[in-house]
Design a protein around this ligand. Structure first.
Ligand SMILES: [Zn+2]
Length: 426
C-alpha cells in the first residue's frame, strides 16, 4: 500500500523579484521546503574559494559530513533527541557512500504542521546555474557545487539543505519497540528527502496550467523591470527554460531522445531578453506558439510507464539505466519524474527513491526485502546517479564537474518552479 505521495503546487503567485547586479549569478533560493513554489531569485556574486580552515562549521566527526541544525519545537525532549539522532545516522549513511570533501549544512525543523497528512519535505536551499560540458546551463544544488572545490564560484548561502518534518505523524525511530502498521520509518524518510536535497530533482513540470497538467517545461526563468509581479503591470523579460543537473542524463524511450533536446526546442520560443507586457501576456503567447506543442509532446512521455530513463554517465549498459516515475496518470507534480519507477523498484534494492514509503516497515526491513544489497539503503543505480551528478565515491573518486557561468547581465529576475513535499495519501 502506498502511504506517502508527493504534492507540490506550481503557481505564479509567488514570483519574487530581486535586483541582480552585473557579474552576479542568478541563483534561486527556496527557503521553505513545504512551500516549494516560494522562490527568491537571489544574487550570488562570484567569490573566491574560502580556505577550508576558515570554514565556520566543523565536521561533527570523521564519519558524518552533514552538520545538522535542528529546531525541534515540541515539548518532548526525548523525541527531539531521536529526531536529531536520525538526521545524524542519515548523514553517516550518506557519508559512507559518498566521498564528501566539504561539509553539508542542514537546517531542519520538527514541529506540528497544520495537517497531520503532511510528512515533511526537504530540498536544496540554493540552486546555482552552472555550465555543463554539453553547452547547456543547468541549475545545480549548492551541496554539489561545494564539492566541486572551484577556485571561483557563485556565493554560497549559509545553508545547503532545508528540511521540515511534521511532529503529528506517528514516526518510528531506530531503537523504538517493533514498528506498528501505522508508523512510518523516520530514518528512511530523511534519507529519501536528503537525496532530493543533494540533487535528485528534475526541473520538468507543468508550470503553466492549473490543476490538470497537460504540458511540461523546465524551470521558466524570467526577468522583470519592476518589483510588482505578479500584479501584472510589470514587464516580463523571458530568459529561457532551464533544466536541473539531473536532467542532463534523462532520455525518452523508445526514441532515445534527450529531454535537453526538448529544452533546446522550447528555447526557440523567443530570444532571451524578449520583453512582454506582463507575465500573462508571456504565458498566452507561449501557449499559442509552436513550442507549446513541444511542451505537450514531451509531457506525453511523462504519463506512460517506462518512457523516461536516467542514463548514468559511467555506463551505456541497459541494466544500469534507471526508469523514472512515469506510471502515474494523471501526472502528479512532485511524485512524477523526480522518483524512480515504483512499479519496477518497490521491494528491490532501489526502493529508497520510489515516491511512496510503506508504513509498518523499517529501513532495515526494506533493505532486507530488497535483497540485502551491500551498499545498504543507497542502491547501485542510485549510486551511479549520484556519481553522474558529480558526487565522488570510492568506485568513482574523480567524478564530472560543471563550471560556473561567469558572464551575467541580469538586472532583476523572477523564477517560477517547484520542489517536493511528502504527504500521506488519503
Ligand atoms: Zn520524494
Amino acid at each position: 500500500m502506498k502511504l506517502l505521495s508527493l504534492i507540490s503546487s506550481c503557481l505564479f503567485l509567488f514570483l519574487t523579484l530581486i535586483s541582480i547586479p552585473l557579474n552576479s549569478a542568478q541563483c534561486i533560493d527556496q527557503p521553505d521546503p513545504t512551500q516549494p513554489s516560494k522562490k527568491l531569485a537571489s544574487k550570488c556574486s562570484m567569490v573566491k574559494k574560502q580556505p577550508m580552515k576558515n570554514l565556520h562549521h566543523k565536521v561533527q566527526n570523521d564519519t558524518n559530513m552533514f552538520i545538522i541544525q535542528l529546531n525541534c519545537t515540541i515539548q518532548d525532549p526525548i523525541r527531539c533527541e531521536k529526531v536529531k539522532s536520525s538526521f545524524e545516522e542519515a548523514g553517516r549513511i550518506i557519508s559512507s557512500t559518498l566521498i564528501l570533501n566539504t561539509p553539508i549544512l542542514i537546517n531542519a525543523m520538527f514541529h506540528s504542521m497544520e495537517s497531520p497528512n503532511i510528512l515533511g519535505a526537504a530540498g536544496p536551499f540554493r540552486s546555482i546555474p552552472m555550465k555543463d560540458d554539453d553547452g547547456f546551463e543547468r541549475l545545480y544544488p549548492q551541496s554539489l557545487v561545494k564539492q566541486f572545490q572551484l577556485d571561483v564560484h557563485p556565493e554560497f548561502a549559509p545553508v545547503d539543505i532545508v528540511a521540515d518534518f511534521n511532529s503529528l505523524v506517528p514516526f518510528w525511530f531506530e531503537g523504538d519497540p517493533p514498528i506498528t502498521s501505522i508508523q512510518t520509518g523516520f530514518l528512511e524518510l530523511i534519507l529519501h528527502e536528503l537525496m532530493h536535497g543533494l540533487g535528485f530533482a528534475s526541473a520538468w513540470n507543468d508550470y503553466i496550467n492549473g490543476d490538470v497538467a497537460v504540458a511540461a517545461t523546465p524551470e521558466i526563468i524570467g526577468l522583470t523591470t519592476e518589483t510588482t509581479l505578479p500584479d501584472s503591470s510589470a514587464k516580463f523579460v523571458f530568459n529561457g527554460f532551464q533544466e536541473r543537473a539531473l536532467d542532463k542524463y534523462l532520455f525518452l524511450l523508445p526514441e532515445n531522445k534527450s529531454t535537453s533536446s526538448y529544452a533546446s526546442e522550447l528555447n526557440k520560443f523567443a530570444e532571451f531578453g524578449t520583453t512582454y507586457e506582463n507575465v500573462s501576456v508571456f504565458l498566452n503567447q507561449f501557449i499559442t506558439s509552436p513550442q507549446y506543442l513541444v511542451a505537450k509532446e514531451i509531457f506525453g512521455y511523462f504519463i506512460i510507464p517506462k518512457d523516461l530513463v536516467f542514463k548514468p554517465s559511467a555506463s551505456d549498459k541497459e541494466e544500469d539505466m534507471t526508469f523514472l516515475e512515469t506510471s502515474l496518470n494523471p501526472f502528479q507534480p512532485g511524485s512524477s519524474i523526480s522518483h524512480v519507477d515504483s512499479l519496477t523498484y518497490t521491494n528491490t534494492s532501489e526502493f529508497l527513491m520510489t515516491f511512496s514509503q510503506e508504513k509498518g516497515r523499517t529501513l532495515n526491513d526494506n533493505i532486507r526485502i530488497g535483497g540485502n544489497y551491500s551498499g545498504g539503503a543507497i542502491g547501485y543505480k542510485l549510486r551511479l546517479l549520484l556519481e553522474s551528478l558529480g558526487y565522488a565515491t570510492n568506485e568513482n573518486p574523480n567524478p564530472y564537474k560543471s563550471f560556473p557561468i561567469e558572464e551575467y547581465a541580469l538586472s532583476s529576475s523572477t523564477v517560477v518552479s517547484i520542489s517536493y513535499m511528502e504527504i500521506l495519501e488519503l
